[in-house]
Design a protein around this ligand. Structure first.
Ligand code: SAM
Length: 286
């Protein structure tokens, strides 16, 4: 790789942006990770190595991308900022794009990832410092569309990571915790203080490691029904499971019967239910 750029030097980054007539945009959650040690730790967690197929969402000007490429991994990167894409294409990774080690998909990853998945399948790993505004929507979308790589390593606001790792009864437990723990064992690997980013965000971040379970709690065919049940159950936090389930437009009798067969009291609240209890309930509701 001929591009030897110091991604930890804020001066060099701002000069590069200025030379290219670019600015950082808050609306795209642009906070570059400028700690070399943290970038290396993230890539090491991802296990990226020669030949491995890795997706990265939001490469920016390539801080994480350059290390992923150095590992020998084949990287597909999704970036919305046309100016950053120009830097990646013309300056940083022209050779890797030419020889096919890197594929750059320009545009909104929320729209571009699915066609890539349908054409080429899931990667071995997704490794990304996610734009905060789309992070949880994107992860939820991967899982609900059953794009389930063996490992995902994300940098996100610590608050979102706590929701991903929360267990039933925890304050942070939500519908998102259920969706993200259906197929994955999740662990907060380490915290990144705001000062590790440029510009520094208002909140701290964490790196979460999501490792796929050997067996999913549900059958592929039951997935959509499961997600519909989760969304209904957590729609209104203070309501009982029975009241929330009414949104599914099923008869009261059907709901009562399903709750009874799943062994869940009608007055229970979704925040106390485990993934397997919800999976059982969703099957009983069919
Ligand atoms: N990977 C770089 C790093 O670690 O320093 C940049 C990470 S920065 C937090 C998020 C990146 O995601 C930015 O480059 C931003 O332009 C990009 N981005 C934001 N929204 C996006 C979207 N919807 N689709 C694709 N990329 C997006």
């Amino acid at each position: 790789m001929s591009w030897d750029f110091d991604y930890s030097a804020v001066n060099s980054i701002s000069n590069l942006l200025e030379e290219n007539g670019l600015n950082m945009t808050r609306k795209f959650g642009q906070n570059f990770l400028v700690s070399r040690a943290s970038l290396e730790k993230i890539v090491s967690l991802s296990g990226a190595c020669a030949g491995m197929k890795v997706w990265e969402v939001g490469p920016g000007i390539g801080a994480l991308t350059s290390l992923l490429l150095k590992s020998g991994a084949r990287v597909t990167a999704f970036e919305i900022d046309r100016g950053f894409c120009r830097i990646l294409r013309e300056k940083a990774f022209a050779d890797e794009l030419e020889n096919g080690q890197l594929k750059l998909i320009e545009g909104d990853a929320l729209k571009t990832w699915l066609p890539e998945f349908e054409e080429n399948g899931a990667p071995d790993v997704i490794c990304a410092n996610l734009p905060y505004n789309v992070g949880s929507v994107l992860i939820g979308s991967f899982i609900e569309h059953r794009c389930l790589p063996p490992l995902m390593v994300y940098t996100l606001q610590s608050e979102v990571v706590h929701r991903i790792c929360a267990k039933p009864g925890d304050e942070d437990y939500s519908g998102f915790s259920v969706v993200t723990s259906l197929d994955y064992e999740n662990r907060e690997a380490f915290v990144l203080k705001a000062g590790n980013f440029w510009p520094a965000p208002n909140v701290d971040s964490s790196v979460v490691e999501m490792r796929r379970k050997e067996q999913s709690v549900i059958e592929q065919a039951d997935a959509q029904n499961f997600f519909n049940t989760v969304h209904a159950l957590f729609a209104q936090r203070r309501k009982t499971v029975k009241n929330n389930l009414k949104a599914l437009k099923l008869s009261s009798q059907t709901i009562d019967g399903a709750l009874e067969r799943a062994g869940i009291p009608a007055t229970e609240r979704a925040e106390n239910l485990s993934v397997s209890q919800i999976a059982r309930l969703s099957k009983e509701l069919i």
